[in-house]
Design a protein around this ligand. Structure first.
Ligand SMILES: Cc1cc2nc3c(=O)[nH]c(=O)nc-3n(C[C@H](O)[C@H](O)[C@H](O)COP(=O)(O)OP(=O)(O)OC[C@H]3O[C@@H](n4cnc5c(N)ncnc54)[C@H](O)[C@@H]3O)c2cc1C
Length: 430
C-alpha cells in the first residue's frame, strides 16, 4: 500500500472513496417526499451506475419522481464473482435485493427497455408500456461483440465458450464446469484488447481459478491468452502472484488474440497456433449495452457513448444521461463498478440542478479503487483520483493522487470485502 493510503484507516478510505465527489450544497440534504415533484427521471439499468443514481436522486433533493427499469429481479455483483468461480463464495453472497431503493420511494419495474423516444421523451418497455420522462438515465453496462471472434456468433458457440463477464447464470455455469473438469485439465481464459470492463478482472480470475486447482486439482493448468501485449493492470503485482503462488500452474501468453473458435471440437485458433482447453472462457470484445445503440447514443468509435462530463448527458441525444461502462472513458478512467457509482453521483447532483433550473457543479472530482484477489484471502489494489479539467472538458487524473499496493496482503483482502459491502450498501441503500 502507498504511504498515503496506509496512513488512513480502512473506514476513512472507504468513506472518502464512496462519497468523494464535489456534489456541493446537495450533499447530505435528504428530501424524501413532501412537496411537489421537481421532475420525472426514468433510469434504464439497475447496476452500479443506475442503482446509485436512483438512490441519490431520491435522497438529494426535490422529491424527484424516480422510476428504475431493470430486467433482472435482483442485483448480481461482478466484483467478488471470481471468488464464486474458485468456490470461496456462493452466488447468494453476491446477489442483492432492490428493497432498500424501493423503501426510498424509487419505483422499480422489472422489465426490458426496448426503445427511447427522445422527441416525445418516453421510454418504451418490451411489454408495450411507455414511461414519460423529463430526463432519462441510461446505464446498461456492456454488451458483447461476438462477431469479432470467428465462430462465436452462434448460440451453440456462446453456450460452449462462456464469458462469465456479466455476473449471473454464466458465473454459476462456469463454476460447475470447473468442478466437472478432470484433474490434469486445462482452463483457458481469452482476454480482449482494451478497452473492456474491469481491466484487472481477467488476471484476478486466472489467480483464483489457479488457487482452486492448487487445492483440489493440482495437476491442472490455467492458460491466459491475452490479446494485449502485456498484463493491462497491476502488472507487477499479478506477475509476482503468478510466480509466488502459481508457478507451473498459470502460463501467461501476451499478444495472443483469439481469432476463431470451433464449438464442435472445442478448440480455439490464435494468431500463431491452436489451443484446446477443457474449459475455454472467452471474454469477447465489448461495447455499450444494446439499448444505447437502439437509442442512437453510440457516437464514439462505433462502440461507446460520448458524454458531457459535468452532467453525464449524452453528446448525441439531449436529455439522456449515460453512466458507467457504456461511456467513452475519460483518459485513464477505468470501466469499473466504483467509477460507475461515481458517475452516478455526478449525474444525480447535476440532474437535480438542471430540473431546478440552477447551475451544475463546475468542478466535480471522482475517484476509483479497484481491488483484486490474488489468492482466496490476499488482495491488491490500485486507486486514482480524477478531476474535471475545464479547458479540455474531461476528467484528468490528479498528479500524485491514488496509488498501488506494494505487496499483496490479507489486510487488503479484508479491505476488498469491506469495499464490496460498502459499495453495495451505498448503491442499494441498505
Ligand atoms: C469478473 C469481474 C470482476 C469485477 N470486479 C470489479 C471490482 O472489483 N471493482 C470494480 O469497481 N469493478 C469491478 N468490475 C467491473 C464492474 O462490474 C462494472 O464496471 C460495473 O458493473 C459497471 O456498472 P454499470 O452500471 O455500467 O453496468 P452494470 O453494473 O452491468 O449494470 C447494467 C444493468 O443494466 C441492465 N440492463 C441493460 N440493458 C437493459 C435494458 N434494455 N432493460 C433493462 N435493464 C437493462 C442490466 O441487466 C444490468 O443490471 C468487475 C467486472 C467483472 C466482470
Amino acid at each position: 500500500m502507498t504511504q498515503h493510503a496506509s496512513n488512513l484507516s480502512r473506514r476513512s478510505v472507504l468513506g472518502a472513496g464512496l462519497g468523494a465527489i464535489a456534489a456541493g450544497p446537495l450533499m447530505g440534504c435528504a428530501n424524501l417526499g413532501g412537496g411537489p415533484s421537481i421532475g420525472r427521471v426514468v433510469i434504464v439499468g439497475g447496476g452500479f451506475g443506475g442503482a446509485t443514481a436512483a438512490r441519490y436522486l431520491r435522497q438529494w433533493g426535490g422529491n424527484v419522481d424516480v422510476t428504475l427499469v431493470e430486467r433482472n429481479a435482483s442485483f448480481v455483483s461482478c466484483p467478488i464473482s471470481n471468488l464464486v468461480l474458485s468456490g470461496d463464495k456462493q452466488m447468494g453472497e453476491i446477489t442483492l435485493s432492490y428493497a432498500g431503493l424501493e423503501a426510498l420511494g424509487v419505483k422499480r419495474i422489472q422489465g426490458e427497455v426496448v426503445a427511447i423516444d427522445a422527441q416525445t421523451k418516453q421510454v418504451r418497455l418490451a411489454d408495450g408500456r411507455t414511461l414519460p420522462y423529463d430526463r432519462a438515465i441510461v446505464a446498461p453496462g456492456v454488451d458483447f461483440m461476438f462477431d469479432q471472434v470467428g465462430g462465436l456468433a452462434t448460440a451453440a458457440a456462446q453456450d460452449k465458450f462462456l464469458h462469465g463477464w456479466k455476473a449471473g447464470p454464466q458465473t454459476a455455469a462456469l463454476r460447475r464446469r470447473l468442478e466437472a473438469m478432470p484433474d490434469g485439465g486445462v482452463f483457458a481464459v481469452a482476454i480482449p484488447k482494451v478497452p473492456y470492463r474491469c481491466p484487472p478482472g481477467p488476471y484476478e480470475r486466472a489467480c483464483l481459478v489457479a488457487s482452486y486447482f492448487k487445492q483440489y486439482k493440482p495437476r491442472s493448468k490455467v492458460l491466459v491468452l491475452d490479446a494485449n501485449p502485456e498484463i493491462t493492470s497491476k502488472k507487477g503485482l499479478f506477475e509476482k502472484a503468478f510466480a509466488d503462488h502459481y508457478k507451473g500452474i498459470i502460463e501467461y501468453r501476451g499478444n495472443n488474440e483469439l481469432k476463431q473458435v470451433d464449438a464442435a471440437s472445442g478448440t480455439a485458433k490464435l494468431e500463431f497456433d491452436d489451443v484446446k482447453a477443457d474449459v475455454l472462457n472467452v471474454i469477447p470484445p465489448q461495447r455499450a449495452g444494446d439499448i444505447a445503440r437502439t437509442a442512437g447514443l453510440i457516437n464514439m468509435n462505433n462502440r461507446w457513448v460520448g458524454v458531457n462530463w459535468l452532467t453525464l448527458e449524452s453528446t448525441a441525444v439531449p436529455g439522456i444521461h449515460v453512466l458507467g461502462d457504456a461511456t467513452f472513458s475519460a483518459p485513464a478512467m477505468p470501466k469499473s463498478g466504483n467509477m460507475a457509482n461515481q458517475h452516478a453521483k455526478v449525474a444525480a447532483a447535476a440532474i437535480i440542478q438542471l430540473l431546478k433550473g440552477q447551475p451544475v457543479d463546475p468542478a466535480p472530482v471522482v475517484m476509483n479503487t479497484c481491488y483484486s484477489f490474488v489468492t482466496a484471502r490476499e488482495a491488491v489494489h490500485v486507486a486514482s483520483v480524477h478531476q474535471y479539467d475545464a479547458a479540455d472538458k474531461t476528467f484528468k487524473t490528479v498528479p500524485g493522487s491514488g496509488g498501488l499496493s506494494s505487496a499483496a496482503s490479507q489486510i487488503e483482502g479484508r479491505n476488498a470485502m469491506g469495499w464490496a459491502e460498502n459499495i453495495w450498501a451505498d448503491m442499494l441503500a441498505t
